[in-house]
Design a protein around this ligand. Structure first.
Ligand SMILES: Nc1ncnc2c1ncn2[C@@H]1O[C@H](COP(=O)(O)OP(=O)(O)O)[C@@H](O)[C@H]1O
Ligand SMILES: [Mg+2]
Length: 349
């Protein structure tokens, strides 16, 4: 019966023999008990009644050996389970790096494998959900942009035209007020157009990333407060989502330079670079580097959003000093993301 149990538990399924935990625990403990009984049966030792002190010492010693060996076997067999529990408890998030180590082809190994599989599926689901969130956010921005442009913009245009018609026929003392109102409406219209254009990167959809970044740089230069240099080369192989994220990161980084950096100049770079790792490949790199006061203080929604967006498309974002100069270290915002190369596309097709 015991043999049948061991046979069933040793899991001769699927042609692969597995030494199950049951067998790992049962066999050494069974061997111990058999040895214990054999020793009692075959040795001249006997247990009298009432038990003598020498017999009690012998029995206690045997019992201690049995307990210690059993404890060691249990400890060794259950150690991977403890390790797995620690890995599970220490995990900080689904996409955090690190997987459970799969060391043995028994139940613990199987649980570790299943746990790793579950993590992979959850991470894939998280990426998919994040992608959906990004798409939803962009769609909402487009809707708001359209409404600003078509409705608020339209109303302001009508107001501007009406003011234009009456401004010359109002009495002289009101002339100045009317011209002021006309100017205010014109400025509001311009601001609405700028906000609408920022919300919806039409140039990105129509012309691609390189012209879109060039246009961002030109807009920043138009502010007139800093010199903007461009070092922009076309990069192929990026997905639309990756391009959108690259654009949004450059947009936020440039806004931050204008708002916070007190910089004299900024350089916007787009290029492809070989990835320096064993897996190789090519990555798209966007850099916005200024010569301002450098980043101090905690991240706000802009910096956090850049990091989150980068992660959404499998990229990396770093924000740090542009130079080793304590007085004016400047700021370098660097986004890189692996893209498909022509070679890979060919081999994939
Ligand atoms: N290029 C930069 N130069 C200097 N400081 C910067 C730069 N970019 C960001 N910062 C600092 O980081 C802070 C957080 O930036 P951000 O997360 O974009 O939020 P916000 O722009 O709304 O303040 C800013 O308030 C500023 O102090
Ligand atoms: Mg900001």
């Amino acid at each position: 019966m015991v043999a049948t149990l061991i046979w069933a538990e040793s899991g001769m399924y699927g042609g692969s023999a597995r030494v199950t935990m049951f067998v790992q625990l049962f066999l050494p403990i069974a061997a111990l008990f058999i040895g214990f009984v054999a020793l009692l049966a075959l040795s001249p030792a006997s247990v009298s009644h009432p038990i003598s002190t020498a017999e009690l010492v012998e029995l206690t010693a045997l019992l201690l050996v049995t307990l210690v060996v059993s404890a060691l076997v249990l400890r060794k067999t259950l150690a991977p389970l403890r390790e797995l529990r620690v890995v599970m408890e220490q995990r900080e998030g689904v996409s955090a790096p690190g997987r459970a180590r799969v060391r043995r082809d028994d139940e613990v190994g199987q649980v570790a494998l299943a746990y790793n599989g579950l993590l992979d599926r959850l991470a894939a689901e998280e990426t998919r959900a994040a992608g959906l969130a990004l798409t939803a956010q962009e769609r909402e921005r487009q809707r708001v942009s359209r409404e600003l442009h078509d409705q608020v913009g339209q109303t302001l245009t009508v107001a501007l035209l009406r003011l234009g018609r009456v401004v010359h026929s109002v009495p002289g003392e009101l002339q100045e007020d009317f011209e002021g109102a006309q100017e205010a409406v014109r400025t509001a219209l311009q601001e609405v157009r700028t906000v609408a254009a920022q919300l919806r990167p039409g140039v990105l959809e129509d012309l691609g990333l390189a012209p879109a970044l060039t246009s961002l740089a030109t807009e920043a230069a138009r502010e007139g407060t800093l010199e903007v240099r461009r070092d922009i080369t076309e990069v192929t192989g990026a997905t639309p989502d990756q391009e959108l994220v690259a654009y949004r990161i450059a947009q936020e980084a440039l806004t931050n330079v204008l708002r916070h950096a007190q910089a004299g100049s900024v350089r916007v770079t787009l290029r492809s670079e070989p990835i320096e790792s064993a897996s190789g490949g090519v990555q798209l790199v966007v850099e916005v580097s200024d010569d301002g006061v450098g980043v101090h203080g905690p991240a706000g929604t802009g910096r956090t959003g850049m990091t989150e967006r980068a992660a959404l498309v499998g990229g990396q974002l770093s924000i740090g000093p542009a130079r080793a100069d304590d007085q004016r270290p400047g700021t370098l915002v660097r986004f890189c993301v692996p893209v498909t190369t022509g070679d890979r596309e060919e081999s994939a097709s």
